[in-house]
Design a protein around this ligand. Structure first.
Ligand code: ASP
Ligand code: MG
Length: 412
């Protein structure tokens, strides 16, 4: 029997009624002849509540016990989903991560899946079970302790199962009906895309479009898992949602497929550092040790042996970055005249595989922003992405005007 993976996010299993509605969709696929693996999240809000309890009990918690607590939300929905399917007459049972087993590393609270041996579940399918309901987000470490995969991790569970079972498709049911050209809350002209390539989705996910956990997209790309993002609140249809697939399968070749943004960026500048071999290592080494996620970097042309170095990082890491740089300064590893943090910036990115073959995307982007009187503070590019840092107060205007400039209201 062909295998289908269906993942239901927190809002799709938020109440017993919604679990019933999701189970009906599963029943439709079983009727089509699939063996179905259902991956469930915890009921929406549950994981946050569990994380809160852990923090309240023990601010410097033991990550193994954090995992023991926060993984429990998924156990509840897995059992309830299996019971609901049984009530409908569909042979189903639940599986916790360790029972499959979903073997992971021992990096508690951020574990990676290493292997999912399919034998146990396949054997049950052979005995007539039609649906395996698996608790998402969790696994088991080499030491036999429960692990979790990081927030949003049940997307990654779903893709890993699709790869391990060579599933025909991995359907991710969520509360939006697909991947949009930009955030519809910011631009009412945003359009749902029928298809998007893995690479574009990867950029959008890591730039803050929160539909899918970034790692799930990486995994889907590596194992060529056909991913579909769709809403569990709309009528079932074969064309619903957005298909995330190989580049060759995406028909359109527009230069830009989406505009992403990230609101909480900060720009930090080291003024007048010595321009000498090793200076970048001396600055970014301590930052990385301090756990600062540096994103964009620019180094100015040196003037009389001194230069300015600018980088961006998430706003909530500014204090950590400042401390690391001040310490490096005080210990004589680096020497700067001043350290300036600008926490009122945001990052806007245009993403599209069409950029590889079509020129002029950067020019259009810069002209559009300049026509709106928006000053660009930092620019960074990759093969399929152009990102700029601008003042946060222009976020909406920038997203809307770029969405217009790249004619994304006609995408879809
Ligand atoms: N329940 C977990 C979370 O809220 C995992 C998930 O839903 O993907 O992060
Ligand atoms: Mg999610």
């Amino acid at each position: 029997m062909p295998v289908l993976v269906m993942k239901f996010g927190g809002t799709s299993v938020a109440t017993l009624d919604r679990i019933k509605r999701a189970a009906k969709r599963v029943g439709l696929e079983v009727a089509k002849g699939y063996d179905v693996i259902v991956i469930v999240s915890a009921m929406s809000g549950k994981t946050n509540e569990l994380v809160g309890w852990v923090n309240e009990t023990s601010p410097l918690y033991d990550a193994r016990e954090y995992d023991a607590v926060v993984s429990s939300g998924e156990n509840v929905t897995a059992g309830l989903m299996a019971l609901t399917l049984q009530e409908m007459g569909v042979p189903a049972r639940s599986w916790q991560g360790w029972q499959v087993p979903v073997k992971t590393t021992d990096a508690h609270s951020a574990a990676r899946i290493e292997e999912i041996p399919p034998e146990n579940i396949t054997e049950k399918f052979g005995e007539g079970m039609k649906v395996a309901v698996v608790a998402g987000f969790q696994g088991v470490s080499p030491e036999g302790r429960i692990t979790t995969l990081g927030r949003g991790g049940s997307d990654t569970t779903a893709v890993a199962f699709a790869a391990a079972f060579d599933a025909e498709r991995c359907d991710i049911y969520t509360d939006v009906d697909g991947v949009y050209t930009t955030d519809p809350r910011i631009s009412p002209k945003a359009r749902k895309l029928d298809k998007i390539s893995f690479e574009e989705m990867l950029e959008l996910a890591s730039l803050g479009a929160k539909v899918l956990q970034t790692r799930s997209v990486e995994l889907a790309m590596r194992y060529k898992v056909k991913l579909r993002v769709l809403s569990s609140f709309e009528e079932p249809s074969d064309e619903a949602g957005t298909l995330v697939c190989d580049e060759e399968e995406t028909m359109e070749n527009r230069p830009v497929s989406g505009i992403a943004y990230s609101r909480d960026e900060a720009k930090m500048t080291l003024i007048s550092v010595a321009d000498r071999p090793g200076i970048a290592a001396a600055i970014f080494g301590p930052l990385s040790e301090a756990g600062v996620n540096v994103d964009m970097i620019i180094q100015n042309i040196a003037d009389e042996g001194r230069t300015d170095m600018t980088f961006s990082c998430p706003t909530d890491q500014v204090m950590r970055a400042t401390k690391a740089l001040q310490e490096a300064h005080d210990s004589g590893e680096i020497n700067f005249r001043d350290l300036v943090a600008d926490t009122d910036v945001c990052k806007i990115s245009a993403v599209g595989i069409g950029m590889r073959s079509q020129s002029g995307v950067a020019a259009t982007m810069f002209k559009t922003l300049s026509d709106e009187g928006i000053n660009i503070k930092v620019i960074a590019t990759s093969e399929i992405k152009i990102s700029v840092l601008i003042d946060r107060k222009y976020l909406e205007l920038a997203v809307q005007s770029l969405h217009d400039a790249f004619e994304l209201e006609t995408a879809g």
